[in-house]
Design a protein around this ligand. Structure first.
Ligand code: ADP
Ligand code: NA
Length: 329
């Protein structure tokens, strides 16, 4: 079979959290052993919402360090910074001719961000899905490890690629969202409302950089029901989120025990949260320590980014030859 190409990225807009790890990074680490992989730190995407860039470079370094601390190997995958691969810009421009204003305006994430940043609804924000399509199509990638929140963007990437093929000739294979499990992952927030995220309630998000005490504090603060549930009532969002989080870091028999006590009405939420906190600490502390050591090694990070960009540009240039030829440029 032909070698599958993998592409994905994370924006350097803040510390990485458990949602990024289980939605994206966990898959990256496994995929680098099986496929040709391109993983980038998406600094151009970050510009769609930033008006000030003093910390952008150090955030790129931090995300890269956290990627490596989670197990990404620069000798296996191409690890690069998006803005270093100039071919992205050209493909983005060309794909913009294939993207309609109406479909861009309907994108859920655009509407959400326009609501959060009403005084900076810029064209880059509107065309975010086009830039994302450029990132993916640039490598003619077929597998895109992302969380559930990215499903709609992936569909748009497929649409732009198919539209190009239809109009100018076959260049792009179809990219599909990928996860090793059956479904794309959605890591819930500690406060039960929606997905864990960099931009929402900071105390409801567990970062890979949180120290042990902070993790314990955040988990113990999570709201639970008072008393035990009436038999037969559906589990509330502020309990089901804790069970979902347990599935990520706790042993199956431990989860089963708590589920049994939930079902027979003897559950003690304080105990559940203590267990969850300790297992999160065990999971995160080695990653945090490793990332801290790498983050300050500027020379090493620079080398990795140069090597990654060289690999990525080689693949990008091959695609751009096909694109230019197909479009008559
Ligand atoms: P954020 O949404 O925190 O700003 P990004 O947009 O940079 O993070 O997303 C980076 C990756 O992490 C994407 O693949 C995204 O699908 C994944 N991701 C982010 N939050 C979650 C979550 N709560 N559950 C699952 N995956 C997530
Ligand atoms: Na996201």
């Amino acid at each position: 079979a032909e070698q599958q190409i993998v592409m994905s990225g994370i924006r350097p807009t803040g510390f990485l959290h458990l949602g990024n790890y289980f939605g994206a990074l966990r898959n990256y680490v496994r995929m680098q052993n099986e496929f040709t992989c391109y993983f980038m730190v998406a600094d151009l995407h970050a510009l769609t919402t930033l008006t000030e860039t003093k910390e952008l470079k150090s955030n790129v370094a931090r995300v890269l360090a956290e990627n490596i601390a989670c197990g990404l190997d620069p000798d296996k995958a191409a690890l690069y910074c998006q803005s270093h691969v100039y071919e992205t810009n050209e493909l983005y421009l060309l794909l913009n001719m294939l993207a309609y204003k109406g479909e861009l305006e309907k994108t859920v994430t655009f509407k959400e961000k326009a609501r959060l940043h009403p005084d900076n609804v810029n064209a880059g924000l509107l065309t975010y899905p086009v830039l994302q399509a450029a990132d993916i199509l640039l490598h003619r990638a077929t597998l895109v490890p992302v969380g559930k929140d990215q499903e709609q963007h992936l569909e748009m990437s497929r649409n732009f690629g198919n539209r190009f093929n239809h109009r100018f000739g076959d260049v792009f294979p179809e990219p599909h969202a990928f996860n090793y499990g059956d479904e794309l992952v959605k890591v819930p927030s500690l406060d039960g409302a929606g997905k864990m995220s960099k931009s929402e309630n900071q105390f409801a998000t567990i970062y890979l950089s949180d120290d042990d005490e902070l993790i314990r504090k955040k988990v113990m603060k999570a709201k639970t029901d008072s008393g035990t549930p009436e038999p037969g009532t559906p589990m509330g969002e502020n309990i089901s989120n804790l069970f979902s989080l347990m599935k990520l870091v706790c042993a199956p028999d431990v989860i089963e025990q708590f589920m049994n006590t939930y079902n027979n009405g003897t559950i003690r939420y304080g105990d559940l949260k203590k267990q969850l906190a300790e297992d999160m600490v065990k999971f995160i502390s080695p990653i945090r320590e490793k990332a801290e050591a790498i983050r300050t090694d500027e020379k090493y990070l620079k080398e990795i980014m140069e090597k990654g960009a060289a690999k990525a540009r080689k693949s990008a240039q091959a695609t751009m030859l096909l694109v230019r030829d197909a479009m008559g440029l």
